[in-house]
Design a protein around this ligand. Structure first.
Ligand SMILES: [Zn+2]
Length: 143
């Protein structure tokens, strides 16, 4: 695996790695659906899978001056299968987190060697000034 640097953030990269650890599979929210209690307007709010907090709507178009009152429609919200794995190169110089989603969640296990292609992201690590590198995988090929 080549050295990953901040200039690579937002770019698609392809790396050869060994899977050092894998976490449990989760369902992550990608979209929440709310109904306005006043006008019954439906509001869709996309969720950021890397944030710990749920994003809720604040106002509804029926009254932009008052804080909205919304009811969550759980059955109309959307989820994605989500799993984090940790990978490193042969001499263990670089270790990063990789996010697997949907049909990729079971593509590799601990100890597997793989070529992983994906977009490199910077995700906040507990504070707003420290970030982790996370590779959001789009393709995984065992090698
Ligand atoms: Zn409304």
């Amino acid at each position: 695996m080549k050295n990953i640097r901040h200039v690579d953030i937002g770019k698609e990269i392809s790396i050869d790695v060994k899977v050092s650890n894998s976490k449990q599979k989760f369902l992550r929210l990608t979209l929440l659906t709310f109904e306005c209690a006043r006008c019954k307007n439906i509001v869709y709010v996309p969720q950021d899978i890397y944030k710990k907090k749920v994003v809720k709507p604040f106002y509804c178009v029926c009254d932009e001056k008052k804080k909205g009152v919304f009811r969550l429609l759980e059955n109309e919200s959307e989820f994605v299968d989500f799993r984090e794995i940790f990978v490193y190169n042969e001499n263990k110089e670089n270790s990063i987190k990789v996010v697997l989603q949907n049909n990729l969640v079971n593509s590799v296990e601990k100890g597997d060697y793989a070529n992983i292609t994906g977009v490199l992201k910077a995700v906040p690590h507990n504070s707003h000034t420290v970030f982790d590198y996370v590779l959001e995988a789009s393709m995984v090929r065992k090698i």
